[in-house]
Design a protein around this ligand. Structure first.
Ligand code: SF4
Length: 136
């Protein structure tokens, strides 16, 4: 059963700006216009993005492509310059940022620096999902 996290909801709502609301309205309306006209319409920027600091992990969980080393794409680390450029371009429209896709985020040596960079864009709401603790 999911629980409603009041503080998290308040924090997210406190990050809403007129620009983000307008962007969200553009995304929402382009979805419905595409659905009704059956033609692709894309307005606005994403309201949420997920970065993958790395797809590598030091554990070998058997249900996970990272643990099984079974990716069909190269294993590597997110480059901080690419991260910064993306944040610089999108932070005014972006409402929600996630630091996880696959792999263990803390294994990227620039991870905390990237979190600080995003955090310094004071009005961004972010979540860090951690899968495993790195080896000492
Ligand atoms: S700790 Fe997480 S990322 Fe690592 S192998 Fe297990 S499930 Fe995959």
């Amino acid at each position: 059963m999911s629980r409603f996290h009041t503080q998290d909801a308040k924090n997210l709502l406190s990050k809403l700006t007129a620009r983000r609301l307008w962007n969200g309205l553009k995304v929402w309306s382009s979805y419905y216009i595409s659905k009704w006209t059956k033609k692709p319409v894309q307005w606005g920027y994403p309201i949420s993005i997920s970065f993958e600091p790395t797809n590598f992990c030091n554990l070998r969980c058997p249900e996970c492509p990272s643990g099984l080393r079974s990716f069909t794409r190269p294993t590597g680390m997110l480059q901080k310059d690419f991260f910064r450029q993306t944040i610089d371009e999108m932070h005014r429209e972006l409402l929600y940022l996630v630091f996880y896709f696959q792999g263990e985020p803390y294994l990227n040596p620039n991870f905390l620096e990237m979190v600080k960079y995003a955090s310094d864009k004071k009005d961004l709401h972010g979540h860090i999902y951690q899968c495993a603790l790195p080896d000492g």
